[in-house]
Design a protein around this ligand. Structure first.
Ligand SMILES: [Zn+2]
Ligand SMILES: [Zn+2]
Ligand SMILES: [Zn+2]
Length: 132
């Protein structure tokens, strides 16, 4: 089995993605860094978790989106993320989940935030479905 992994340079100027056998991946994961073209790259695993660019929900992509409410990944507003002019972050996924408690400070992050509890939940589900 092959896994896609990406290497991001510091500062994040570009990502290199390539496939590696699972055994090799385990090795790379333990060292967390990889030499490439005489530079050290920090290793980040690409998680194959789809996040819709339209509604920001997990589990589908824009092309499969069944929702008709546009949500911004920065502020959960009704506009495209690239047109966002807000200077605050609000996670639409966490907001929807915590709709009874919308003042919870835990929702003030970008929908793209990797520490987002919704993302983490999705990640845990994804990991359970994988065999490594
Ligand atoms: Zn969607
Ligand atoms: Zn916005
Ligand atoms: Zn969130």
């Amino acid at each position: 089995m092959y896994h896609s992994i990406s290497f991001s340079s510091v500062p994040k100027t570009r990502n290199l993605v390539f496939e590696t056998p699972a055994a090799e991946l385990h090795k790379l994961k333990t060292i967390k860094k990889v030499p490439f073209k005489r530079k050290m790259y920090n290793l980040t695993e690409v998680h194959h978790i789809n996040r819709c660019n339209f509604c920001q929900s997990f589990g589908h992509t824009t092309k499969d989106c069944r929702y008709n409410i546009l949500s911004c990944a920065n502020c959960a507003g009704r506009h495209q993320t690239k047109e966002c002019a807000s200077n605050y972050h609000l996670c639409v996924n966490c907001y929807t989940q915590n709709s009874l408690n919308s003042s919870d400070p835990a929702i003030f992050h970008s929908a793209k935030d990797l520490n987002c509890p919704c993302f983490q939940e999705e990640l845990a589900r994804f990991r359970k479905s994988r065999d490594y």
